[in-house]
Design a protein around this ligand. Sequence first.
Ligand SMILES: Cc1ncc(COP(=O)(O)O)c(C=O)c1O
Length: 391
Amino acid sequence: MQYNFDEPVNRIGTDSVKWSALSTQFGNPDAIPMWVADMDFKSPQPVIDALTDRAAHGVYGYGNFAQTFGPTVAAWCRARHGWEVPPEAVVFSPGVLAALSFLISEHSRPGDEILIQPPVYHPFARDIQNLGRTVSTNPLWMDEQGRYHMDLDDLRAKARTAKMMVLCSPHNPVGRVWTREELQAVADICRENDVFLVADEIHSDLILPGQRHTPILSLDRINPVRTAALLAPSKTFNIAGLHASVAVILDENVRSAFQTKLAHYHVGGPDLFAAVALTAAYESGAEWLDQLLLYLQGNVDLVQSFLAERLPQIRATRPEGTYLMWLDCRGLGMSDDDLETLLHKEAGVVVNMGRIFGAEGSGFIRLNIGCPRGQVEEALRRLERAVSARG
Ligand SMILES: Cc1ncc(COP(=O)(O)O)c(C=O)c1O
């Protein structure tokens, strides 16, 4: 079927954090929300149909899904990434961050150093600190074309004292889809230094045309006892509110320790609707996703050409994956506070300020382009007007 991503869907009054916070948090109900990482599109029709059918059944008792996810996720990973996942290695988790916190508490002790690569998805640092561990940073660096790279020498040095590393692959917010060589270098450094490597691959199905994602567990050399991958249909199919994700853990003992931890907190089993949506998305969502990725590419092109022609003070990093764009606003010569006022109050465009992703994000913003093109156009026009009103 042909999907129409241009069609606006009214989310006001649906308890959407992205939209309701315009009034409650940002004090500007007329602003356009281009922040939180969910999309303003309807999910694939097979997902909607499966949820509707299940809802119509009317009985929502305890489910028994444990056996069904492995083959479903494995088939998806084979078709999408050419990656053979042993079905038994797949474990349900009620969210990627939940899985990450369980892994951190299992594989490190309070005070231990855990590596992250800022600017990076901000809850990593928060959760590491909340669990009493220490954040160790291996900042990414940007080349003259605005593309980000890893500093492997710095990583090698810091891995000597770190116990774990959280890798964001693809990377939120800078949009890099890491190459096999880059990932192998990270995996080698972690293996040589006995660092437990967790790859957050939540964005791994949102790969823009011309790019290819390499799953960390598909590399030639990894330590299967000290590596885990976290995947989810949540970003890909816009079902984040259902809290469905999986951890892939190859080693049986590490996996069963993870499952025991979840069981201790009684979060091992999925919500009924999470299970239905995950299955429908992975089994029947590919056609929608293929169309979505082309549409997102169109949004990226629009932002890039608009900024280049009409707002050259703002430079867009070209994302290779995700529906998030990382915009370098340093050419405007504003402080972060002033930039935030310009965007949220004067332009009426709510974004994530770059500084929340680490000090390296100062002067940048993250723009969520997972919405109808008309909304992206309106946000850009508002931004241009606000900048020229400043003179
Ligand atoms: C890199 C990354 N990891 C994790 C999450 C959150 O995942 P979950 O809602 O499954 O905890 C997000 C959401 O934006 C994300 O971008």
